[in-house]
Each structure stands twice: as C-alpha cells, then as structure tokens.
Ligand binder design. Sequence first.
Ligand SMILES: [Fe+2]
Length: 342
Amino acid sequence: MTAQPLFAPAPPGYEPVPARVLTGIETLPCDLYIWRGPRPILYATKGGDLRKVVARAQRGMSFLVREIDSDLLRGALAASLPRVLANRRLTPIERSKTAYSIVAKVLAPIFARENPLDRDGLLLTHQAIDAITAHLLQDEDMVWAMLATMQKHMATHTHAINTAVYATVLARFMQFGPPEVIRDVARGSLLHDIGKNRIPRVVLDKPAALDASEWQVMRSHVKAGHDMIVRALGYPPSYVHIIGEHHERCDGSGYPAGRTASGIALDAQLVGIVDAFDALTSRRPYRSPVTAFDALHVMRVAMRGQFNDEILREFIKLLGGFNALSGGIEGGDLAGVMQVAG
Ligand SMILES: [Fe+2]
C-alpha cells in the first residue's frame, strides 16, 4: 500500500504547507518560504502577522517551512484548531476540510514509520483530536460536515482520522457517556492502528492475501501499538484498552486474545465496527472502495456475529440519517440501509 500524498512535494530539507491550514494561526511560529525557482525564497519571517500573509495568499497556494521548524509549526497548528472550528465566516464544510488538513499535517510525522512515538508527539495528538471532539459534541453542523469531507484513500493517518470521526459521532449519537468517555473513544480510535508503523512494509503493503506467518506479524500491531502508547506516556492511559481490543470480535474469532463479547469493552467494540467500515469503504491501491451499503451488508451478513448488534444497528441508523440529509458519502450508496438495519 502506497499512501497518496495529501500535500504537494517540497525540496530536501523543507516541507509543504498549504495556505489554508494556516488560517487559524495569528503569529508566524517560524519562517515561511515559497518555491518558485531553484531554491526556496523567504516569504514571511517568524513573529509576523500570519493573518495578513494568508489573506494575500492566492487560492490553493502552498508555502514551505524548514523541516527543523516542523515541530514549532505543528504545535501552532494543533493550538489553532479550536479557532478554525469556531470560525463562523467559513461554512461548516470549509471548516471541516481545513480542520481535517490540519489534523493530517499534525499527525503525519507521528504516524510515520521512521519516527519513534514520543511523549510530546502523543500529547500533540491528544490536543488535536480533543479539539475536534469538543467541537463535534456541541456543533451538529460540524458532525455532518466532517462525515461529508472525509478523505477516503487508505493512508494510515487518514484512516486514523476517519475512524476517530466515525467513532466520536457514533458515540455522541448513542449518548455513549459523558464527554470524558467520548474523548477517550476519540483518542483510542485515532491511535488504534499506531502499531502498524512497526509492521514491515512487505507485510503491510502486500497487495494480496497474507499467509499464516505474515498474519502472525500483522496481528502484532495490536500489542505493538498498546506498548508504544504506554512507553511514550510512562503509564497506561484510560483509552489504551481500545488499542489492545479493537480486533477482538464478539464471537471469539478476533485477536489477540480471542475474547468473546462479555470480555471486550463496549468502546472497543464500537471502534472495531467503525474501523472495519472505514477500511471497507476506503480506496486501496489494489481495490476500489466498497460502497457503504455493501460494507454494512458484509458486516451484517458475511461477518454475522462478529460485531455488537446494537452498536452496529445504531451506526446504520446514523449513516442512514446522514445519507438522507446530505446525499451520501463518497463511494457510498445507502439506499436500502434501513432494510439492512431491520
Ligand atoms: Fe488494527
């Protein structure tokens, strides 16, 4: 599996930053460059008023920052999310697209294979997803906008964001618990597959069925992810069981422990459902996305018994309502979903 780039290419030592992701930052945290010739040219200096820079930028314009400034930028981006999400001058769809791009930018290096997960990176991840969760809990328009603007190609961090959005919206819809419970659902679902960056590419990207030994390796992403989180923080956070249990299945067919329904936390069961749905409905290099209807049909019929019936039924209701309001999600045709739910 080769992830499609979310951002434009950049010369060595620099990374691209689309102007639209900067809209919530007021003061430039680092120098900003443009790339028009052989070398990047300094465009605006650290400490400057970024709102003026962004106001001058043409639509679709992209800047560069030096890679050594990447952490400064990502910190400022994560901190800007509440402002972007609350910006009523933008439509919910525009706010959602911008927030999605910001979270993708913040997460990309944290989910990259070559970087170890450290405490600062993990806390930045919490900060970014908590801003989204807080907003989704109070802003109905953003719920629909975020469902409508998901990017359905299967890069690890876009799958992570999609899973977190579905899980948060479903938990909200089901009144799953108080805000701190939903916050943990969001954090756990965002990080559920973080252990995949410890799986060799030859296994992770294999465009065909895995053999028994490759499956063994693939399954190790659950424990690897759990251990990475505990190691980075120095203690097990209250959401870490979601990472450990997201592949357990109610009928005992899951892994790593083969637990049955009563032994799997409900929030992990919820994340297992939206994880499977996003994986099925996302584009892979070796297959087209399955429609939302077909994905739900597979989960209800071919995978009967694996998922919590009540949570799956609520998810189908949620998506059915979304489809009726918005005309559907990419690759999805939810006509008849309610029959599947019945
Ligand atoms: Fe997984």
